[in-house]
Design a protein around this ligand. Structure first.
Ligand SMILES: Cc1cc2nc3c(=O)[nH]c(=O)nc-3n(C[C@H](O)[C@H](O)[C@H](O)COP(=O)(O)OP(=O)(O)OC[C@H]3O[C@@H](n4cnc5c(N)ncnc54)[C@H](O)[C@@H]3O)c2cc1C
Length: 232
């Protein structure tokens, strides 16, 4: 049996035990949802970021679909926070950051949709991804979090590596699972190592990180513009 049922995997709970045994909190919360309209003063394809220490709003433009709003903030008790009602929580945390009404407009859209994700950001770390004939794959096994930018690729790679291992050892499941772990572990370890650091890019935890984040984004945006001009 293969459990590929995401970070809060039921298969993992049933076979391996409670979430707390495998969750490694980054100390951040996220709330993601589609915006019903473009942000006032910005074109529909524009992305934007509102950032302060321990809280950010990022709007990601998506081709042919409404933009996605991503609210993130840091908290000492992410699991407790994930049981709260997102709307009043975000209204309170972002109240004094409402530049030009961007925050309140976005939160109005949250109020009118049930298509949202409000959750703590958790890395999943497990000593072994299989037990007997049960195996975990993707976020359920090794959640790299959104900060890695590699979660989807890791899930697909896991499927491919598992398929190859099973094809190589069609009559020996245990050997195939060992082969799968041996090939996937280094990849997962490499990407999990820098998650806490990368989270600073999304939600800076102090003034120094906020400043570093601004500088880095400026460099990225300038080099992107430069490359775009070169290729035009
Ligand atoms: C806001 C946000 C932004 C992200 N951005 C990126 C990005 O830019 N790049 C990137 O690579 N990754 C990104 N990720 C991470 C990426 O989405 C995940 O790593 C990836 O989706 C993991 O795939 P998965 O198949 O393991 O789990 P999931 O995508 O979570 O899929 C699990 C599936 O199992 C289903 N399921 C759960 N329980 C049951 C059940 N009991 N019965 C039946 N079905 C069940 C769920 O409905 C779901 O469809 C982001 C994540 C978030 C939250």
């Amino acid at each position: 049996m293969i459990g590929a049922d995401g970070v809060r995997s039921t298969v993992r709970k049933l076979i391996f035990g409670p979430d707390e045994a495998f969750f490694h909190s980054i100390g951040t919360m996220l709330c993601a949802f589609p915006l019903a309209r473009s942000v006032e003063g910005f074109k529909s394809g524009d992305g934007l970021m509102v950032a302060d220490v321990k809280r950010t709003l990022t709007v990601f433009p998506l081709e042919g679909r409404p933009s996605t709003a991503l609210f993130s903030y840091r908290t000492r008790d992410p699991e407790g926070a994930s049981r709260k009602d997102p709307l009043p929580t975000l209204r309170q945390i972002f109240a004094d950051l409402d530049v030009g009404g961007i925050i309140s407009n976005a939160l109005e859209d949250l109020a009118t949709t049930d298509d949202f994700l409000f959750d703590s950001v958790q890395m999943v770390k497990m000593p072994c991804w299989s037990k007997g004939r049960g195996l975990l794959l993707g976020d359920s096994a090794w959640c790299l979090t959104l900060y890695s930018g590699m979660g989807a690729s890791a899930g697909m790679l896991g499927g491919q590596v598992l398929g190859e291992a099973l094809a190589a050892c069609p009559h020996d499941i245990n050997r195939a699972l060992q082969m799968f772990e041996a090939r996937m572990r280094p990849f997962v370890r490499k990407h999990q190592r820098f998650i806490a650091l990368r989270s600073q890019l999304f939600v800076p935890s102090n003034r120094f990180s906020l400043w570093g984040r601004r500088v880095l984004w400026q460099i990225l945006l300038c080099s992107r513009k430069y490359l775009f001009r070169m290729s035009a």
